[in-house]
Design a protein around this ligand. Sequence first.
Ligand SMILES: NC(=O)c1ccc[n+]([C@@H]2O[C@H](COP(=O)([O-])OP(=O)(O)OC[C@H]3O[C@@H](n4cnc5c(N)ncnc54)[C@H](O)[C@@H]3O)[C@@H](O)[C@H]2O)c1
Length: 235
Amino acid sequence: MTATVLITGAGSGIGLATARAVVARGAQAILWDVSRPALNAARAELGEAARTAVVDVSDAGAVASADLAGVTHLVNNAGILGQKVAWTGLDAEHLKAIFDVNVIGLMLVTQAFAQARMAHPTAAIVNMSSIAGENGGGPGFAAYGASKGAIMALTRAMARDFAPDIRVNALAPGIIDTPIQDTILTAPDARDRVAEGIPMARMGTADEVARAADWLLFDAPYVTGEIIRIAGGRR
Ligand SMILES: NC(=O)c1ccc[n+]([C@@H]2O[C@H](COP(=O)([O-])OP(=O)(O)OC[C@H]3O[C@@H](n4cnc5c(N)ncnc54)[C@H](O)[C@@H]3O)[C@@H](O)[C@H]2O)c1
């Protein structure tokens, strides 16, 4: 039975790499993103196996009216880091903007998926958390860390509530070299300096996270409620 994997935030980075991985194994992919140009490029690369839609996961109306036909698996990957904000500058608006995408968006898409999905022997959800959900996030990124901690709790709740029909796991990437890092790694030698704090002595790649997502989706039939770090040994 053909699997159809909905991937949010699939126009870039880890989401796009996950789309490549699932298409390579013969699945269909539904790519959602807020960037039409990014989706067009992904569609040109992936061909007939991919269909795309501009859907902002934090927009309840857009999620409710989106086409989920045939969907069997879900990767809740869309996420934003937000600007660096010291505690003195942290306000409700900042916190809300990040939680709207990273937490509320994940919840909205999961609800839509649970309603529309077609049964599949390996039915599964993968949520993209972060080691920031455990360590609190880097200085100035407390709201992001809190949102990723919320995803860990939601993953455990979803795994319990959706068992035995749908397995639900989360990935907690460390520092992965994708465009989201451009906000932080602005200095020319920033990538080298970051590598010094990682036991594996380098940043991870989007493909390395995507391979773990693909494994959780299709090759881990007795794994649910787990949070797996993909962080090169960093905590
Ligand atoms: N790169 C890292 O170091 C790292 C580490 C831990 C966790 N993560 C998580 O991995 C996920 C993917 O991040 P990435 O590194 O590939 O970043 P990225 O910025 O390359 O990709 C994120 C994608 O999500 C899309 N997006 C943003 N807001 C959206 C919304 N409201 N609705 C739909 N799509 C939206 C963006 O347009 C972009 O294409 C995020 O949840 C991020 O928090 C990344």
